[in-house]
Design a protein around this ligand. Structure first.
Ligand code: ATP
Length: 223
């Protein structure tokens, strides 16, 4: 039977994934090259072992093939991260998620077949930068190099107007996929064109970055 998750590298990032998955009741194997790190996770993860994952025999002995999803959270040692990912790939792991340290690292990881490459510092930096630009932009999630989903707070310019009056899709080329009411009464997914927006409602908007940016500048950012 396939086991659930293995997390390699128990730094802040890998450690946080390990804690969260374990708290959600998942069966997690926590792996690190340093004994102290492994000790820290003995009572958190279902299993915690000391291992150097750049050694193929070690990976085989760990029975890593039996895991459905392996997360590689080795940071500074880029060579170890790449080598580990390559061997996991060769061993036929179904899903491999890897933390990239920089853009070149990310490129190599994509080339050798990592299924999901994450770049937490860069991505969090981008999200925070967007929310700093305007106090009305609450969150920003990158979908591709050119497309995003943003969470914006409706300001005065939108207050009391319906989606059809604002004509956002035609004028700005982006779509409002959900509206969270200001008083937290509920969330309206796929709102109708006749839906009225109130100030402080939270709009979930999807579209090309250039279109979202126009929408933000003209309708969201307060004068
Ligand atoms: P974070 O920002 O998540 O704290 P980091 O990016 O600074 O981490 P490191 O601390 O360099 O990353 O690495 C994360 C963990 O990976 C460390 O605890 C380290 O011991 C472990 N690690 C490094 N090389 C290996 C290896 N070959 N096998 C297993 N674990 C390793």
């Amino acid at each position: 039977m396939k086991r659930e998750f293995a997390v390699i590298g128990l730094g802040r990032f890998g450690g946080s994934i390990c804690r969260e998955l374990s708290a959600e009741g998942m069966d997690v194997l926590a792996i690190d090259i340093y004994e102290d790190k492994v000790k820290e996770f003995k009572n958190i993860a279902a299993h915690a072992v000391i291992a150097d994952t750049t050694d193929e025999n070690v990976l085989k002995e760990l029975g890593i093939r039996n895991f459905d999803h392996v997360i590689v959270a080795i940071g500074d040692d880029i060579q170890a991260s790449i080598l580990t990912t390559l061997m996991l790939k060769e061993l036929g792991i179904n899903k491999i998620t890897v933390k990239a340290q920089n853009d070149y690292h990310e490129k190599v990881l994509n080339k050798i077949g990592a299924d999901h490459v994450v770049h937490p510092e860069r991505d969090m930096g981008k999200r925070i930068a967007h929310s700093i630009i305007s106090t009305n932009i609450l969150d920003h999630l990158e979908l591709s190099d050119e497309h995003s989903i943003v969470e914006v707070k409706a300001g005065k310019k939108m207050d009391g107007k319906t989606l059809i009056q604002l004509d956002i899709r035609a004028k700005y080329g982006c779509n409002i996929v959900a509206i969270k009411e200001a008083d937290e009464k509920g969330i309206n997914v796929s709102p109708m064109a006749t839906q009225k927006i109130e100030k402080d409602d939270i709009l979930i908007v999807i579209g090309a970055d250039k279109d979202i940016s126009r929408f933000e500048k003209q309708l969201v950012v307060e004068d």
